[in-house]
Design a protein around this ligand. Structure first.
Ligand code: SF4
Ligand code: SF4
Length: 492
């Protein structure tokens, strides 16, 4: 893990005229990685991001500890194919609902990105939250701000440097292990992870090895790989070029206001100068200049090492650090904030307000249609899934009372946390049911039960040799499901 410290980094990035599109911001002309030392961000957007990020982290860490009816409130148990989402249990049979849900989510991402650009990356992406709000904060705390980090990296190895680096990396390893243990508890439950780590570790050696490998990968990601995950690996970042258009909201530099950029020297001299001639000369110079004083603060603070003044770039993760940095510069030179801001290219170029384009309308219609189907499925989902079929090879028979009898097999899946005592009722016939081999059909919570029953219907109620019937399933007074089937008889 070597840190290629390139003193020309700032210059390369800030220098106007560098062909920034010919190279990635964190790779130098010889192909070596340039280690990025972003300055500690501060400002209103950073405070808002801290609030959002830590709220999301709180949810992430607390959710596995919440239980409902003795079960985890949220569990994605891919091993046993059991999923508990906010207290509601789901099985692989419900995957058609998941499929529609995922499809809706994908369309939502497309629509959201087309309107709001990469807001997700800056505010809610786990990579950015952990990198900027957890690991980077620890780094600032132990190694200091960007300049101190640079000098530490350049300084020879001594006791102080060794200790600082060791403590930082130990913290990184510990956090990676804790985060992955919590992540694993979404699969095994928090009790499962506790059992694996503290009660019976020897019984879960494979699990512990897997957890350690994933934690190591996370540690390498946050200690070394860093912004490259966003610039080289993340597919969502790559999709931006097709999803964004001139109307999309992005973190943008207002070049109409900022250019031509230049140092603020002239203005300072203008204020202090007593010479009328000199004053008028400088007034002309300043009136030709834009609001950007070319201070480079927006570049120094950028965690992906880009210069937002070059326009929209794939590397920009919308972290807003450059907005805060530039706002504070604007405050200090008494200019209005917002030289770098959330805006669209249309707004900056033509001062055009947001337009709901036909493309957005198309995405919205598809999203509404998918969400409607998703919610219909969700609302109509019953706590019991029943499959009722005529018993294989069976036919009807007439019993001693002269009623017609059919034999059925039933398969019941209880998708709730409570046992269910299932009773059958026919909707349009005065049918009588008899369970074979059991008094009752009691399906235990989260379990499946198979059985056979006889259904007897008075012959006079039957209208043909194949009668469509609907069987209602009740648990106590609650109707939990219904199934349609065929009742065969002798005909009229
Ligand atoms: S350009 Fe600005 S918003 Fe984009 S990554 Fe850099 S600092 Fe963050
Ligand atoms: S922080 Fe603002 S003023 Fe300074 S270089 Fe960036 S855009 Fe220009």
């Amino acid at each position: 893990m070597t840190e290629n410290i390139d003193d020309s980094n700032d210059k390369l990035i800030t220098e106007t005229g560098v062909s920034y599109r010919d190279r990635v911001s964190n790779i130098d002309t010889s192909g070596k990685r340039i280690w990025i030392y972003p300055t500690k961000p501060s400002g209103r957007f950073h405070r808002a991001r801290l609030f959002v990020g830590f709220s999301l982290l709180a949810v992430f860490f607390i959710l596995p500890f919440i239980k409902y009816k003795g079960q985890p409130y949220f569990l994605i148990d891919v091993i046993d194919r059991k999923f508990i989402l906010f207290g509601s249990i789901w099985f692989p049979h419900d995957f058609y609902i998941f499929a529609i849900g995922f499809l809706s989510f994908a369309v939502f991402v497309v629509l959201f990105t087309a309107i709001f650009g990469r807001i997700f990356c800056g505010w809610a992406c786990p990579q950015t939250i952990f990198m900027e709000l957890v690991f980077r904060k620890i780094e600032y705390f132990i190694e200091g701000n960007a300049n101190k980090q640079k000098s530490l990296a350049k300084s020879p190895w001594n006791l102080s440097k060794t200790l600082r680096k060791m403590i930082k990396h130990l913290f990184f390893i510990a956090i990676a292990f804790i985060v992955n243990s919590v992540l694993l508890s979404y699969i095994l439950s928090i009790d499962g992870v506790y059992n694996m780590l503290f009660v019976n570790p020897s019984g879960y050696l494979a699990g512990i090895v897997a957890l350690s490998v994933v934690s190591l990968a996370m540690y390498i990601n946050y200690s070394w790989f860093r912004e490259q995950a966003c610039t080289f690996v993340c597919p969502y970042g790559r999709l931006q070029s097709v999803l964004l258009d001139k109307n999309s909201i992005i973190v943008a530099y207002d070049d109409k206001r900022g250019e031509p950029r230049g140092k603020v020297k002239g203005e300072k001299r203008k204020k202090s100068s007593e010479s009328e001639n000199h004053n008028s000369q400088l007034t002309i110079n300043n009136s030709e200049k834009g609001d950007c004083i070319d201070c480079g603060a927006c570049v120094r603070v950028c965690p992906t090492g880009i210069d937002i003044r070059n326009g929209l770039q794939l590397e920009c993760v919308n972290c807003t650090a450059c907005i805060d940095a530039c706002d504070s510069i604007m405050d200090s030179i008494n200019k209005p904030r917002g030289l770098i801001k959330y805006s669209s290219i249309s707004n900056i170029e033509n001062r055009q307000k947001f337009r709901f384009t036909p493309r957005l309308a198309f995405y919205s219609i598809i999203l509404v249609a998918l969400l409607s189907v998703f919610f219909i499925f969700l609302i109509s989902r019953s706590p019991v899934e029943a499959t009722i079929l005529r018993a294989k090879g069976s036919t009807f028979f007439i019993n001693e009372k002269g009623n017609v009898v059919n034999i059925y097999t039933v398969k019941l899946i209880n998708k709730s946390f409570d046992n269910m005592d299932i009773k059958f009722v026919t909707e349009d016939f005065s049918g009588k049911f008899k369970i074979i081999g059991k008094d009752k059909l009691v399906v235990k919570a989260e379990e499946m039960l198979e059985g056979t029953f006889l259904l007897e219907i008075p012959r006079k109620e039957l209208k043909s040799s194949k009668n469509k019937i609907k069987i209602l399933l009740f648990n106590g007074k609650d109707k939990v499901d219904s199934e349609k089937t065929i009742f065969s008889g002798p005909g009229i």
